[in-house]
Design a protein around this ligand. Structure first.
Ligand SMILES: [Zn+2]
Length: 133
């Protein structure tokens, strides 16, 4: 069904396709930010886009361990609600970029289409997570 790389959620330890997870990275100032476009190389952490996993990753310091690495770099984790909001915003703006790319180049089923489909599913999970609050 889903091909491609598998990743493990740092909160619930479930292995899933990378397209079902959100990638997070540590900015040079230590702040944890989503990397939805996956454009940056370097240390990253993967998380289910669910409220439960976002909260757990923050509260159990899983993000600090995953992103601080062996050198124990400073990691500044937002509150769960703020992190969820920044992930939701990042997914929405990435979807906007992708849909523009696709309408310019309407060649059919290329990689942008696959990413768009995956991100639309991620967004649905995030919005659902928001309602549960
Ligand atoms: Zn999870």
């Amino acid at each position: 069904m889903t091909d491609g790389p598998m990743r493990t959620c740092i909160a619930c330890r479930t292995r899933r396709s990378a397209t079902e997870l959100v990638r997070l990275r540590r900015r040079p100032d230590g702040v944890v930010v989503p990397d939805v476009a996956r454009a940056r190389s370097g240390r990253s952490a993967w998380l289910c886009p669910s409220r439960a996993c976002i909260s757990r990753a923050v509260q159990r310091r899983a993000l600090v361990h995953a992103l601080g690495g062996p050198r124990r770099l400073a990691v500044r984790t937002p509150e769960p609600g703020a992190l969820q909001a920044s992930i939701t915003d990042a997914v929405a703006s990435r979807l906007m970029v992708l849909s523009r790319t696709i309408s310019r180049d309407s060649a059919g089923a290329g990689p942008p289409h696959a990413e768009l489909t995956a991100l639309t599913a991620t967004q649905a999970v995030l919005l659902h997570a928001g309602e549960v609050a």
